[in-house]
Design a protein around this ligand. Structure first.
Ligand SMILES: Cc1cc2nc3c(=O)[nH]c(=O)nc-3n(C[C@H](O)[C@H](O)[C@H](O)COP(=O)(O)OP(=O)(O)OC[C@H]3O[C@@H](n4cnc5c(N)ncnc54)[C@H](O)[C@@H]3O)c2cc1C
Length: 420
């Protein structure tokens, strides 16, 4: 059976960086190729680095560094259009304490810095390498890269496609794959520095360690991210077309003031989205369309090439788990390779078996939550807030979070009475 010692990872997103570290630690000869000249595309954006992602990163030795960049979330509240709290739970703090990992917000750039450092030090992270072609035979894989300066080929035993939702690796090994699906929703996504100083923003939204949501028009969301008082806010709204005509521009700087004005006009003047937008530097406001991929159910590998993260199961952002799933994939794939003595076929099969149901559930839940939040059906609109309030106030939401984030995390943790 074919055994792998050298591996090339295509794509230096959260998934690619995590798997590069994990495989390096178990003794593989790793090289990571990122098409961007440096990690600018994600600078300025935040994301929910959830307990399952943190536990998985701690498993490969990043616990202390991660703790420093995660702003823990203790409280969850839902507000109405007048910024009055209509549902809340303070239980997230206890919940986090029980397991030693809190739900939290982090800056993407800070996580990337942590993950790239060991790779840069070892000289195995190659920027400006755009993978264009990949061919495999019975002895190995030949990868071609193209950029302004050079054309280059690399020969390795194994390849991991971690190149995101518009994966070139997928196009090469599964040419029949349908393109990502645009759900006719866009998002404005802003970062506010030093939220404490932004006294024009309603204090309810500025509450520390708190995630705030509103569902009057799609979804409005804020949470703290980073350790210097930064706060992210986003509004997810219905649209006919995505903001950019360039398919590759996933993180597009805001350049459509007209669409922003139209989006904001739907909200009452008392809604905090206006205050958040006014307090955000234009350079820190992103605008993009929401896409997902049909979950791959025909395997995530072909011979020596295997996929992870958004390349095989890109999810919508409604449950904030896409990057966390990519992190989990990375740890799971490394574990399967080591357990199978680096024999690719059994390792890839085991990895797919372990990851399929979990990722499919996340993709589906996120999709259905999106449909529910944005529904214009009058009956659904009328029950939306009572249902969400009941889920939060009754503790049902916490129970399901506990199950997904701790109980089903692929890395077992010490826990008391965990919901399985
Ligand atoms: C609005 C929004 C909010 C989100 N919020 C959250 C959240 O709160 N929590 C969460 O967990 N997830 C969130 N996500 C999802 C998360 O961003 C993705 O799921 C995650 O980034 C996927 O990681 P990845 O490594 O698979 O791919 P990516 O992060 O997309 O990385 C792919 C990398 O591959 C590189 N690449 C692409 N093609 C090539 C090529 N041909 N050659 C070389 N390199 C290439 C790209 O430049 C990129 O660096 C959100 C997504 C969106 C859209």
């Amino acid at each position: 059976m074919a055994r792998a010692r050298s591996v090339a990872i295509i794509g230096g997103g959260i998934g690619g960086l995590t798997v590069a570290n994990a495989l390096k630690q178990i003794g593989m000869s790793v090289s990571l190729y990122e098409r961007a000249p440096y990690f600018i595309p994600t600078v300025g954006a935040a994301f929910g680095l959830q307990p399952n992602g943190q536990i998985s990163l701690a498993h490969i030795g990043f616990k202390d560094q991660i703790e420093k960049i995660v702003n823990p979330i203790h409280k969850w509240q839902v507000i109405n259009e007048n910024c009055e709290v209509v549902a809340k739970t303070d239980e997230l703090r206890e919940f986090g304490k029980r397991f030693g990992y809190f739900m939290g917000g982090a800056l993407r750039a800070e996580l990337v810095d942590i993950l790239k450092e060991p790779l840069e030090k070892s000289g195995i992270l190659y920027y400006s390498h755009n993978m264009t072609d990949i061919k495999q035979d019975k002895d190995g894989v030949t990868i071609s890269f193209d950029n302004e300066k050079q054309q280059k080929t690399v020969r390795v035993d194994m390849v991991i496609g971690a190149d995101g939702i518009r994966s070139t690796v997928v196009k090469q090994i599964f040419p029949q794959t349908a393109p990502p699906i645009y759900i006719k929703k866009n998002i404005f996504y802003g970062m506010i520095d030093n939220i404490d100083e932004q006294t024009s923003i309603n204090p309810i939204v500025r509450e520390k360690n708190t995630i705030t949501q509103n569902f009057d028009h799609g979804e409005f969301l804020t949470y703290p991210a980073g350790d210097k008082g930064q706060c992210m806010w986003a509004v997810l709204y219905s649209a006919d077309t995505p903001p950019s005509t360039n398919d590759d521009a996933e993180w597009t700087k805001m350049n459509n003031q007209h669409e922003l004005n139209q989006c904001l006009a739907k909200f009452r003047q008392s809604h905090p989205v206006h205050e958040c937008a006014a307090a955000t530097d234009k350079q820190r406001l992103l605008h993009f369309g929401l896409y997902y991929r049909q979950h791959r159910n025909d395997g995530w590998h072909r011979n020596r090439i295997c996929l992870l993260g958004d390349s095989c199961h890109a999810t919508l952002p409604y449950v904030g788990q896409g990057a966390n799933m990519a992190i989990e994939d990375a740890i799971s794939l490394a574990t399967c390779l080591e357990k199978n003595n680096f024999e690719m076929e059994p390792a890839f099969q085991e990895y797919y078996k372990k990851r399929f149901n979990r990722t499919k559930r996340v993709v589906n839940i996120s999709r259905y939550m999106g449909l529910f939040y944005h529904s214009e059906n009058p009956i659904i609109r009328s029950i939306k807030l009572p249902v969400i309030s009941w889920l939060i106030n009754s503790g049902m939401m916490l129970k399901s979070l506990e199950k997904e984030m701790y109980g089903n995390c692929p890395v077992p943790i010490e826990q008391k009475n965990i919901v399985k």
